[in-house]
Design a binder for this molecule. Structure first.
Ligand code: ATP
Ligand code: RIB
Length: 316
C-alpha cells in the first residue's frame, strides 16, 4: 500500500490589493506633456494579489491577509482572487478607505511607470494577522511585500517565523526603511534597484556585482538572496553558492507584475517541495512568460500554461 501524499503546506500572502488602471503610450510623457494613449484596461493588481494569484494558479494552497474598500473595485478584486483559487476569508472590507488603485503607463517597449494610491492597503494592521491562521500554516511560507505599512509587514514576518513558517520578503516597491526588516527574513527577493537601496550600494547593481551585493544583504539576515535582473534572469545567492539563471528570450508585451510572478511562482514551488535553485528556475520561466501578456494578474500562468511554455522553449 502506498502512503498518502502529505497535503501541501500553504503560502500565506500578507499584501496589497489594487485595481490597475492601465494605458499604453508610445513613450512616457514628459512633465506638462499630453499624449494620445490606447488600450485602456481595468485589471486586478497590487503586488500581494499578483503574487497570490501566481502561486494559486501554479497549484499552491494560498491564504491572503489584506484589505480592500467597501466599493465595487473591492468586490471585483475579491471575486477574481477567489476565482483564481486564493482563500480570501481574511481580506477585510474597510468602510472609510477606497480599494487601492495603481495608475500604470506601458510604453512601446513593454516598460511601465506606476503611481499607487494605497487606500485600504494602508489600513492593514497587525490585528488583521490571525495567530490561528499562522499556527495552522506552520511549515509553509509567508510572502510579504512593501505596499502595506512597514510595521504591519514587520509584525507579520516576525510572527510568521515564530509560528514556524519560512519568511519571504519581496522588497518592492523600494523602501530604504525596509533594511530594518531584514533580520526577520529567510529569503529576500529584490530587483536591481531594490537590492542596491537595501544594501546601500553606491553604484548600479548589475549581473557582475550582484554576487557582492547579495553577500552584503545576506550578512543582514536572509539565508538566501535572489536578485532579479529583468531580461538577464536572476541571481540566487545562498551560503554555499551563487548561480545565475538566465531568462528565456520572449516577445515582451508588458513587464508589469513580472517580479510578482517570480515571487509567487517561487513560493509555490517551495511549498511544492522544490529546492531553492529549482524553484528559482521555474520562477524565472513563469515571470518571463508573464511579460508576454498585457496586465499584471492577467499574465500569471497556470501550471498547464507554464509547462507548455517550458516545452516550447526547450527547457521543459
Ligand atoms: P516589475 O517591477 O516590472 O514587475 P521587477 O523589476 O520586480 O519587475 P524584473 O527583475 O524586471 O522584476 O523581472 C523579474 C523576472 O521577470 C526576471 O527574472 C525574468 O524572469 C522576467 N523578465 C522581466 N523582464 C524580462 C524580459 N525583458 N525578458 C524576459 N524575461 C523578463
Ligand atoms: O508589481 C506590479 C504592481 O505594482 C501592479 O499590479 C500595481 O498595482 C502595483 O502594486
Amino acid at each position: 500500500m502506498t502512503s498518502p501524499t502529505p497535503p501541501l503546506r500553504p503560502v500565506v500572502v500578507l499584501g496589497s490589493i489594487n485595481t490597475d488602471l492601465v494605458v499604453r503610450a508610445p513613450h512616457f510623457p514628459r512633465p506638462g506633456e499630453t499624449l494620445h494613449g490606447s488600450d485602456f484596461a481595468v485589471i486586478g493588481g497590487g503586488k500581494g494579489a499578483n503574487q497570490a494569484t501566481a502561486a494559486a494558479r501554479l497549484g499552491a494552497p494560498v491564504q491572503f491577509i489584506g484589505a480592500v474598500g467597501a466599493d465595487d473595485f473591492g468586490t471585483r478584486r475579491i471575486e477574481e482572487m477567489a476565482a483564481a483559487g486564493v482563500d480570501v476569508a481574511a481580506i477585510a472590507r474597510v468602510a472609510d478607505s477606497p480599494t487601492g488603485v495603481a495608475f500604470i503607463t506601458v510604453n512601446a517597449h513593454g516598460e511601465n511607470t506606476i503611481i499607487v494610491a494605497a487606500g485600504a492597503n494602508w489600513r492593514v494592521t497587525e490585528q488583521d494577522i490571525s495567530g490561528t491562521m499562522l499556527a495552522m500554516a506552520a511549515g509553509g511560507v509567508l510572502v510579504a511585500q512593501l505596499e502595506l505599512p512597514l510595521e504591519t509587514v514587520a509584525a507579520g514576518l516576525a510572527r510568521a517565523r515564530a509560528a514556524g513558517l519560512t519568511t519571504l520578503l519581496n522588497a518592492a516597491p523600494s523602501t530604504a526603511a525596509a533594511r530594518n526588516l531584514l533580520h526577520h527574513v529567510d529569503i529576500l527577493v529584490a530587483n536591481e534597484v531594490e537590492a542596491g537601496d537595501l544594501a546601500e550600494w553606491a553604484s548600479t547593481v548589475t549581473k557582475e556585482n550582484a554576487v557582492d551585493v547579495s553577500a552584503r544583504l545576506r550578512a543582514r539576515g536572509p539565508h538566501t538572496v535572489i536578485v532579479t535582473l529583468g531580461a538577464a534572469g536572476a541571481i540566487v545567492a545562498t551560503g554555499t553558492r551563487t548561480i545565475l539563471i538566465p531568462a528565456p528570450r520572449v516577445p515582451v508585451v508588458d513587464t508589469t507584475g513580472a517580479g510578482d510572478c517570480f515571487t509567487g511562482a517561487f513560493a509555490a514551488a517551495i511549498v511544492g517541495g522544490a529546492e531553492i535553485d529549482a524553484a528559482a528556475r521555474r520562477a524565472v520561466s513563469a515571470a518571463s512568460y508573464s511579460t508576454t501578456i498585457f496586465g499584471a494578474t492577467t499574465g500569471m500562468p497556470t501550471t498547464e500554461q507554464l509547462d507548455a511554455f517550458l516545452r516550447a522553449s526547450g527547457t521543459g
